[in-house]
Design a protein around this ligand. Structure first.
Ligand code: LLP
Length: 416
């Protein structure tokens, strides 16, 4: 399903034309489709129906409170990687009992906060983290539920920056060290060993590495059971890719079938941590052309969004489709780089795009529901863009545009 389609001559989401949103809320503007969020969540539920997994949406993909609230209402759990993300989940009405806490660098304060909130599980990534968590839980007179994030050493075949399941990545406990780590965890008095997890990378277009990882974890689960450590859940992480241009994302039902085959007859509750595949194609970044700079070597469309609003092209050379909001623009098509106002040559949203645009025209940068607003910064003192959520004909401003006063508020000039 594509939530963003041309209607009556303009790109629209549900019943709302994007140009009316630009006029009302200004640009750059992130626009999200509530129906697309719901549909993506439902697609997971349908595909995995027999397994009744706990779907823990990865907050890092898009942590807007309205997005989290939407998923919480559908029964979703949440995968968090910081105390800040936990605060967001709780503020959005999420259920702490469905929260799992991943990440290699949990601080003692974050552990305390999560224990007091009563989260479902800590996905622990190292021996020293196990020890720290045991100490913190002990101080609070509690037992911390733990899963070990095992690094299965499989190649997820994705961009090196978003591949996480190889031996030389910083994530997880090495497969060969995991058995001993579990024995240690089981011996620590303030830990309750409940599960196992892995997350091998992001934007995966092939399920084979995910299934290979599962196979490796099952071997370990059996070895642990033989040693008296019986796990209750298995968490396969996130990582399912989406279509940015011509990728063929994995078929969820086929993935689910492979998982179901392997979990049949086992008493293991399944958990998943999808991020991008729940939100990526439910959002666009709307931007206006400020200037056309036509040159001998190259043409540039200088737009009002920049790498601070969407880091992915600069950081990973990621491709995002860029389309005109007008279905049949008046201008003649020309090849150009779509660039932002930031003072870096790396500040581009797209290169060598054929676009029929004039100054003042609106463009939509597609697939900006995931890892766009959450990775935004104030670089060049650019206020963070506003975010709207469209649901049918209803439009809600779910984050207002940041002001310059807000950006300056925490600083102090040391004038005598
Ligand atoms: N679970 C863990 C432990 C993770 O580290 C991640 C993503 C996810 C789940 C969700 O993965 P997803 O389903 O979204 O692939 N900024 C990069 C993506 C970084 C992903 C980091 N971890 C990008 O823009 O492509």
């Amino acid at each position: 399903m594509n939530a963003f389609t041309y209607r009556d001559g303009a790109l629209a989401v549900d019943d709302v034309a994007l140009n009316t949103l630009a006029e009302q809320y200004g640009t750059p503007l992130y626009v999200y489709s509530a129906t697309a969020l719901d549909a993506a969540y439902q697609a997971y539920r349908d595909a995995f129906t027999g397994l009744a997994p706990l779907i823990c949406y990865a907050v890092k993909a898009n942590g807007n409170l309205a997005v989290l609230q939407r998923f919480a209402r559908l029964g979703s759990g949440f995968d968090i990687v910081s105390g800040g993300e936990l605060a967001r989940v709780l503020a959005a009405g999420g259920d702490a009992g469905k929260v799992i806490f991943s990440g290699v660098g949990k601080s003692a304060d974050e552990m305390r906060y999560a224990l007091e909130a009563g989260i479902r599980c800590f996905n622990v990534e190292s021996i020293n983290e196990l020890k720290r968590l045991n100490d913190v839980a002990g101080e609070l007179g509690r037992k911390a539920p733990v899963s070990l994030r095992v690094n299965p050493d499989v190649d997820a075949k994705t961009h090196p920056y978003i591949s996480t399941g190889l031996k030389d990545n910083k994530f997880g406990i090495a497969f060969d060290a995991a058995f001993d780590a579990y024995q240690l965890a089981a011996s620590l008095p303030h830990l309750d060993v409940v599960g196992i997890d892995c997350h091998i990378g992001s934007q995966l277009t092939d399920v084979t590495p995910l299934v290979d990882a599962l196979d490796r974890l099952l071997v370990l689960i059996d070895q642990l059971a033989a040693a008296g450590i019986v796990l209750k859940h298995i968490d396969l992480g996130g990582g399912i890719g989406i279509r940015y241009t011509d990728e063929t994302p994995p078929d969820l039902a086929a993935y689910a079938a492979e998982v179901a085959k392997r979990l049949a007859g086992r008493n293991l509750h399944l958990m998943l941590e999808p991020g991008r595949s729940l939100v990526g194609n439910a959002g666009v970044l709307l931007t206006r052309v400020e200037y056309l700079k036509l040159g001998e070597e190259k043409n540039f469309a200088v737009v009002d969004a920049a790498m601070n609003d969407l880091m992915r092209p600069s950081l990973y050379s990621a491709y995002h489709d860029i389309v005109t909001v007008a279905e049949q623009p008046a201008a003649a098509p020309q090849r150009c780089d779509v660039v932002g106002p930031i003072c870096e040559s790396g500040d581009f949203l797209g290169k060598d795009r054929e676009l029929a645009i004039g100054e003042g025209d609106l463009l939509a940068v597609m697939s900006c529901g995931a890892y766009a607003s959450t990775m935004a910064s104030n670089y060049n003192v650019r206020p963070r863009a506003a975010e709207v959520l469209v649901d049918g004909s209803a439009v809600k401003l779910v984050r207002r545009r940041e002001t310059l006063d807000e950006i300056l508020a925490n600083e102090k000039a040391l004038l005598s």
